[in-house]
Write a protein that binds this ligand. Structure first.
Ligand SMILES: Nc1ncnc2c1ncn2[C@@H]1O[C@H](COP(=O)(O)OP(=O)(O)O)[C@@H](O)[C@H]1O
Ligand SMILES: [Mg+2]
Length: 272
């Protein structure tokens, strides 16, 4: 056990997850190296969020292994899980801010839960984190009083509170306009270039994916449900001739990606 500093931060081997006998993740194997911005992409329902929940250990595989920092998640006891949990930050798809707490109080939560820092030091840390995401002066506001883009940045500040070596982010730009998407993408890139963190981002937004990724995997749908259909740098993915991949990255309506509805069912649904 133990970690080789230059070794992979995340090792996933032959990960399978079934729900009621339905295979949602099917033999996933990949490595994430230190300092990478690793992007998991794929259409909706392909299993991205499910995969992420296995990476942070909130769900257990049907079979296969997940190692973070060299440690097999399945072998950790409660204390080991808590120790590991302090080493990574997580941004949930919804932002998951507590509405009854101010922005500053939301960012302070992990520091209060995991450290013995004095209140004055927590205040300073929170101010630094808010500055890092461009929210200086907004600490006293409540989540309901700020925009969607700002909520995402508060969630990012909270994920950064513990100075994690590893940060997970689920659909950080969903529901944002193009300008705010570019802002969040820049902040995401800063995590690896300025802080040296390893970053794993789940997204179905192709533009974002190509903007931030150092390496990416794409999960399949239909017959390829839950399998990695492509893996590589943005350049390698762009030049991959696979028709399904090209349909997805170019956002084309016609191609091998199966629809849930047949053509007839689709027009029926449209004109009902
Ligand atoms: N706890 C669960 N029980 C049953 N089915 C689940 C559960 N979690 C996810 N799924 C199913 O797994 C599939 C992948 O879901 P998800 O990982 O949320 O996809 P994505 O994030 O790529 O949109 C979906 O069909 C979803 O209904
Ligand atoms: Mg999802």
């Amino acid at each position: 056990m133990g970690q080789d500093r230059n070794g992979p931060v995340i090792e996933v081997d032959e990960l399978v997850r079934e729900f009621d006998g339905r295979r949602v993740l099917d033999g996933i194997t990949f490595r994430v190296m230190p300092g990478e911005t690793f992007v998991i992409m794929g259409g909706s329902g392909c299993g991205k969020s499910t995969l992420l929940r296995h990476l942070i250990g909130t769900e257990r595989p049907t079979s296969g292994t997940v190692r973070l920092f060299g440690e097999d998640l399945a072998s950790l006891d409660a204390l080991g899980t808590i120790a590991l949990r302090k080493r990574f930050g997580m941004l949930f798809q919804s932002g998951a801010l507590l509405e009854s707490l101010t922005v500053a109080e939301n960012v302070a939560l992990p520091l209060e839960a995991h450290t013995r820092l004095a209140a004055s030091l927590i205040d300073i840390t929170v101010k630094m984190k808010l500055e890092q995401v461009g929210l200086t002066g907004h600490g006293e506001k409540y989540p309901a009083e700020i925009s969607g883009g700002m909520r995402k940045r508060v969630a990012l500040a909270r994920a950064l509170a513990m100075d994690p070596e590893l940060i997970f982010s689920d659909e950080p730009t969903s529901g944002l306009d193009p300008v705010m998407t570019a802002v969040i993408d820049q902040l995401t890139k800063d995590l690896s270039t300025k802080i040296g963190a390893t970053v794993v981002v789940v997204t179905h937004d192709m533009e974002s994916a190509f903007r931030i990724a150092t390496r990416m995997i794409m999960l399949g749908t239909g017959a390829s449900q839950g399998k990695i259909v492509a893996e590589g740098t943005p350049e390698e993915i762009r030049s991959n001739p696979d028709p399904m991949l090209q349909q997805f990255i170019q956002g084309l309506p016609d191609g091998p990606i199966p629809y849930k509805l047949s053509g007839d069912e689709y027009s029926e649904a449209l004109f009902r």
